[in-house]
Design a protein around this ligand. Structure first.
Ligand code: HEC
Ligand code: HEC
Ligand code: HEC
Ligand code: HEC
Ligand code: HEC
Length: 376
């Protein structure tokens, strides 16, 4: 595990909008005050060793518990919070027993993969497995509010963002839409659970974008787009929480238009239906426009490109910007040798190291470019 301050952690790193670590004016490495820590390097190293010991103990416990979990039980889902004594809330494997359908949706979601996902693990490795990195990916504690500093959970990290991270209330009961006194998990009506604030502690940057947009004033919460109502479960809402990994959702958030004006092809991408900047995440996603012209045999004869948002992997250095709510990114390409047919594409990569072939074609259009009048 490389120490803080080693190559992996030299630059300021970001995720979910928070600065993770940075160099102070006197050259010492600090975790950003925003994450609640402002300690010099050696102190952090000590905490890390202590944390490591606890993690090992937790792992041992996990393995032990894993052995005793029933067959077909939720694998990595060891008891997150032991249900000892009266008033203790059920563990997340208990949630599964009574809410199997919700559990299945969650299990297929990126919340369940928030810690175990390969890309996330690779990034953790790059940042020296710092616990502050992991704090939103396997958090301790329950329902949170924007600005709240989360601590990493010491048990069952593989379960990522769990039921209790959204539903847990301090008194051991469960935040729900309604209070249901007779239900075993003791749901309490919670306005917070239904609001975007329930998502803001982890999704800091997107929450801020949303908060400054018309979607807040129009009363369109994160849940209204990301947890749509389900026909097959009365009053139920999808726990899949689809996002950037869902092609249809990505397509639905932005439009592509092209038109010729004189000797220019004007291509524009508009964020017309994303409740925040597009792409939502700042530090990995890449978005760009391509204009291709082909010979009759299909060979590409001319390829041009305009970067909307680019990124240097892990360093958080964006070249160009996301498209803000209701804003349009416009690029102009000179028309060469008309008449000619051009193919215009809006391309999206979840990670900068993906090749063009791996990029998602968000939208694609064909356009006939003609010789401008007067130049015939
Ligand atoms: C022993 C069965 C059981 C267990 C275990 C259980 N629940 Fe429940 N839960 C219920 C029942 C029954 C209801 C009431 C359902 C109804 O009336 O529609 C309920 C209701 C809820 C509601 C409120 C639904 C609403 O309409 O507002 C939420 C949220 C909830 N449970 C979450 C959880 C979570 C999270 C866990 C694990 C920590 C859990 N439950 C564990 C049986 C259980
Ligand atoms: C405890 C922290 C936490 C809370 C609270 C939280 N999320 Fe997340 N969410 C995450 C993390 C971490 C990821 C990234 C998981 C990954 O990609 O591996 C994520 C991913 C997502 C994604 C993207 C999935 C994808 O396919 O790209 C969506 C959408 C999402 N969350 C919506 C919500 C909504 C809506 C709420 C509030 C109801 C919420 N989240 C609350 C931590 C949280
Ligand atoms: C403030 C909470 C928070 C902290 C701290 C945090 N993350 Fe994240 N991380 C998130 C959320 C939320 C997402 C989902 C982003 C999105 O889809 O918009 C995410 C997404 C990611 C992804 C992309 C996953 C995917 O499937 O596309 C990686 C990789 C990642 N984080 C690694 C890290 C690393 C490395 C650190 C430490 C430098 C870190 N995270 C610290 C909240 C956080
Ligand atoms: C009006 C609908 C709408 C609202 C409201 C909305 N979103 Fe989104 N969200 C989208 C669309 C469409 C996408 C896909 C485009 C993209 O990736 O940015 C998306 C993408 C995301 C992603 C994945 C981004 C990425 O690059 O990984 C996350 C995480 C997310 N939203 C969280 C939230 C949170 C948290 C809120 C509330 C603060 C919210 N969204 C409000 C429509 C919405
Ligand atoms: C990212 C946050 C988040 C996670 C993780 C999460 N929930 Fe929810 N859950 C919500 C929100 C928000 C609602 C209310 C949505 C609404 O009605 O607007 C909800 C609603 C519910 C309901 C009401 C009925 C329904 O079908 O919507 C139940 C039951 C429930 N959750 C159980 C669970 C269980 C069990 C888990 C874990 C397997 C879980 N939730 C994980 C945020 C979350």
């Amino acid at each position: 595990m490389p120490p803080v301050g080693s190559a992996g952690c030299r630059q300021a790193g970001y995720c979910g909008g928070s600065v993770y670590c940075s160099l102070s004016a006197d050259g010492r490495l600090q975790l950003a005050a925003k994450l609640g820590l402002n300690a010099p390097v050696d102190m952090l190293a000590k905490t890390r060793i202590a944390c490591g010991v606890i993690c090992c103990l937790a792992l041992a416990l996990l393995i032990a518990l894993g052995r005793t979990s029933p067959p077909g039980g939720p694998g990595a889902l060891a008891r997150q919070e032991a249900s000892t004594g009266e008033g203790a809330r059920p563990s997340i494997s208990d949630c599964r027993k009574c809410h199997a359908d919700v559990w299945q949706e969650w299990n297929d979601s990126y919340h369940a993969k928030a810690f175990s996902d390969d890309q996330v693990q690779a990034a953790f490795e790059h940042f020296g497995f710092d616990r502050k990195c992991q704090s939103c990916h396997a958090p301790q504690g329950g329902l949170s509010t924007p600005g709240m500093v989360l601590e990493v959970r010491q048990t069952d990290q593989a379960s990522g963002v769990t039921c209790l991270n959204c539903h847990g209330l301090p008194d051991g009961s469960i935040a729900g839409r309604r209070t249901i006194a007779e239900a075993p998990c003791r749901p309490q009506q919670s306005a917070l659970l239904l609001s975007s604030e329930a998502c803001g502690a982890c999704h800091e940057a997107i929450y801020k974008d949303w908060h400054a947009s018309r979607y807040r004033t129009e009363g369109k919460s994160c849940q209204s787009c990301h947890m749509p109502a389900l026909a097959n479960r009365a009053g139920g809402r999808s726990h899949l929480c689809t996002g950037s990994h869902d092609e249809a959702l990505v397509r639905s958030g932005v439009t592509l238009e092209c038109r010729q004006e004189g000797d220019e092809l004007i291509v524009s991408a508009t964020n017309h239906a994303t409740g925040h900047n597009f792409p939502g995440e700042r530090h990995n996603r890449v978005l760009y426009l391509q204009v291709l012209e082909r010979a009759p045999d299909g060979q590409i004869t001319l390829a041009r490109q305009a970067l909307i948002k680019g990124i240097t992997p892990f360093r958080g250095e964006s070249s160009r910007e996301q498209i803000r709510v209701d804003q349009t990114f416009e690029a102009r390409f000179p028309v060469v040798d008309p008449p000619v047919r051009a193919e215009v594409r809006l391309l999206y990569k979840p990670f900068p190291w993906y090749s063009d072939d791996e990029a998602l074609t968000v939208h694609r259009k064909e356009v006939e470019l003609t010789a401008p009048l007067g130049k015939l």
